[in-house]
Design a protein around this ligand. Structure first.
Ligand SMILES: NC(=O)c1ccc[n+]([C@@H]2O[C@H](COP(=O)([O-])OP(=O)(O)OC[C@H]3O[C@@H](n4cnc5c(N)ncnc54)[C@H](O)[C@@H]3O)[C@@H](O)[C@H]2O)c1
Ligand SMILES: [Fe+2]
Length: 399
């Protein structure tokens, strides 16, 4: 009871802070070849050499080369750090930072999914803040304006190109830590569907479910506003209309752009309204077992929604109507359950597993403890879950 009361009071304070603290937005370029427009715009800024932060598969796929040609055409010098792996670590951010300093770079351009973008955010923050990554982690710890930061997302999921967050992993202790600060929002971003057509179906599915989880958790958050609701519902409508199509045939530029917009809108929603238990659980699964972030969210979301029914059924009912699963004649609880089954059916149609046998029974108490701690210190969830309830969710996930 006391823990619940402390959480409630702390969240009220966060709600006030969220309304007062301004959150900037990147200048956005969108549509086919918008990455070229972004490079031209950076060229006009005359900021000097850029550090490109990316991963090796994107270099091998020719995606990074395509952007680099646009940079050269715009007269921009650059050097490339391509050592980012899924769920970037402190070490990768430090490696990128060392190259930034050695090459006397003046800005950072992320090309990739959430992993390169988050790594780039941490590098940019470390350039100007004389603090270790550990001390930059948490809420509002980035005191000095980071190095100029630009983002070209190549997945449609994290929304990191517009969010205040960067998630960084500390593999030794199996911890994924979020940095959350408005200063981490990139200056400019490009949503270019021509860079997304080769995204494999499995990653399209996982990242799409990440965007869906952002939209749903933001919509159900106690910090939701009319504005965040508008972005969350726009995102959900786009995901409802395009995710399966992107999974089945990723070549359509229209479908890819719609998913990129969905991810961006969901990012706008959750960067203000925040997230919930599904993300806290997903972060534990990612850190401990390397479960891809979107898969972990897809697995956790229906179970979290089910456990949250006592306080969130009327909001969930609206999502059922939005996804054409509900019926105005039904009561809220029936509609809410229809929305949960919509999420499960989508997960199955996208070929996503339903359970995670990698979870070890003896790990569950610590996983639940960390998930509850992350949630209760960060997320204004509509329904409070105890550690025991969270343990039950991990047990169900184990299958
Ligand atoms: N900062 C935020 O607001 C935020 C929000 C949610 C998640 N995250 C974090 O983002 C990370 C996950 O990011 P992600 O899901 O975008 O995946 P990712 O960046 O880890 O990429 C996954 C894989 O997809 C490949 N890939 C990416 N784009 C491709 C393309 N166009 N074509 C072919 N292959 C491509 C990559 O090379 C990589 O192997 C996690 O660490 C998660 O915690 C951050
Ligand atoms: Fe996410």
């Amino acid at each position: 009871m006391l823990a619940k009361a402390v959480h409630k009071t702390y969240m009220k304070a966060l709600k006030v802070a969220a309304r007062i603290i301004p959150i900037p937005r990147p200048t956005l370029f969108s549509g086919a070849d918008s990455a070229v427009e972004l490079c031209d715009a950076i060229g006009l800024m005359n900021i000097g050499k850029l550090l490109i932060v990316t991963d090796k598969p994107l270099v091998e796929a020719g995606i990074v080369g395509k952007v680099e040609r646009s940079l050269s055409h715009a007269g921009i010098e650059f050097v490339r750090y391509d050592g980012v792996l899924p769920d970037p670590t402190y070490l990768q951010a430090e490696e990128g930072l060392a190259l930034y300093r050695q090459e006397q770079c003046m800005g950072v351009l992320a090309i990739g999914g959430g992993s390169p973008i988050d790594c780039a955010k941490v590098i940019a923050a470390r350039v100007t803040n004389r603090k270790s990554i550990k001390r930059l982690a948490g809420l509002l710890k980035v005191w000095r304006t980071p190095a100029p930061l630009f983002a070209i997302p190549t997945t449609a999921g994290t929304g990191s190109e517009v969010t205040v967050a960067a998630v960084i992993s500390e593999p030794k202790h199996h911890q994924k830590t979020p940095l959350m600060d408005p200063k981490l929002v990139p200056l400019m971003a490009a949503l270019d569907p021509t860079l997304m057509t080769e995204l494999p179906p499995s990653i399209t599915a996982a990242t799409g479910m990440d965007a869906l989880t952002h939209a749903v958790e933001a919509y159900l958050s106690n910090n939701a506003t009319t504005e965040t609701d508008a972005y969350a519902t726009a995102a959900l409508k786009l995901i409802h209309g395009n995710l399966l199509a992107a999974y089945k045939d990723g070549k359509s530029l229209k479908v890819r752009l719609n998913m990129a917009m969905a991810s961006y809108y969901a990012g706008l929603a959750f960067t203000k309204a925040s997230l919930g238990y599904a993300h806290a659980i997903a972060h534990q699964l990612g850190a401990k077992y390397g479960t891809p972030h979107g898969i972990a969210n897809a697995l956790a979301l229906p179970l979290v929604l089910n456990a949250s029914l006592p306080s969130a059924s009327s909001r969930m009912a609206k999502l059922a109507l939005l996804t054409e699963r509900g019926d105005r004649q039904w009561d809220d609880e029936t509609n809410a359950k229809a929305f949960i089954s919509y999420v499960v059916d989508l997960q199955i149609a996208l070929g996503i597993v339903r359970t995670l046998p990698a979870i070890q029974t003896e790990d569950i108490p610590a996983l639940a403890k960390n998930a509850v701690r992350e949630t209760h210190w960060n997320y204004p969830v509509p329904h409070y879950l105890t550690r025991t309830q969270c343990e039950q969710i991990f047990t169900q996930l184990k299958g």
